[in-house]
Write a protein that binds this ligand. Structure first.
Ligand code: CTP
Ligand code: MG
Length: 179
């Protein structure tokens, strides 16, 4: 497969994992997941991780996968873009949100307040979460689709996409920080 086809496939496969954290920004608000609890000096997760944002994010990623399934299989730039089985759609969307929550947990333990950056964790937390949850949940599909070149493409394009979409969300006044 050409480099372009690999990048196109990687982008398609990750779309249900890319959308959740952006949707969480729009859906966020209300009670935080940690209920305001602290661990030592610091919050367990912080006010930036809410039930509403997390549920909205997972739902958005899952529904996007079902929408993409209406188009699949789709031939683009030499790649055949596959459909998402229900367990893969759920794994990618929920894993992305869980990865981001896990990163906030790590950030609080290292004393970083809400909104403080921690590259490259901020750019890749949801990728690690999406892979870690989808691998067991949709094992055969994951192994078929996420070949090593596709994973390499994901690792390269994701931070670039993440930085640019967050910058746009910041410019639009949707996010308090540009990361
Ligand atoms: N958000 C949410 N629930 C999530 C993830 C995000 O409600 N599971 C919303 C919150 O309003 C959050 C905003 O989206 O403030 C931006 O998300 P993010 O940058 O991940 O959170 P931060 O506020 O920067 O907090 P942290 O330092 O913990 O990442
Ligand atoms: Mg943040």
């Amino acid at each position: 497969m050409s480099v372009l086809a690999t990048v196109v496939l990687a982008f398609w496969l990750m779309l249900p994992a890319y959308i959740p954290n952006n949707a969480a920004v729009l859906a966020g608000g209300g009670p935080p997941i940690d209920g305001g609890r602290t661990w030592g000096e610091d919050r367990v997760l912080g006010d930036g991780k809410t039930w509403r944002g997390s549920a909205g994010g997972v739902l958005a990623g899952f529904l996007l996968a079902l929408l993409l399934n209406q188009l699949a299989p789709l031939d683009v730039a030499g790649a055949t873009l596959p459909s998402f089985p229900v367990n893969a759609a759920l794994g990618l969307a929920a894993g992305a949100i869980l990865g981001d929550i896990g990163a906030s947990f790590v950030k609080r333990r290292s004393g970083r307040e809400r909104g403080k950056p921690m590259p490259p964790i901020d750019q890749l937390d949801f990728v690690i979460g999406a892979f870690a949850v989808t691998l067991p949940l949709a094992h055969d599909w994951f192994v078929d689709q996420f070949t090593l070149p596709v994973i390499a493409a994901v690792v390269v394009i994701t931070p670039l996409l993440h930085v640019s979409t967050n910058w746009i969300a910041y410019q639009l006044g949707l996010k308090d920080e540009p990361w």
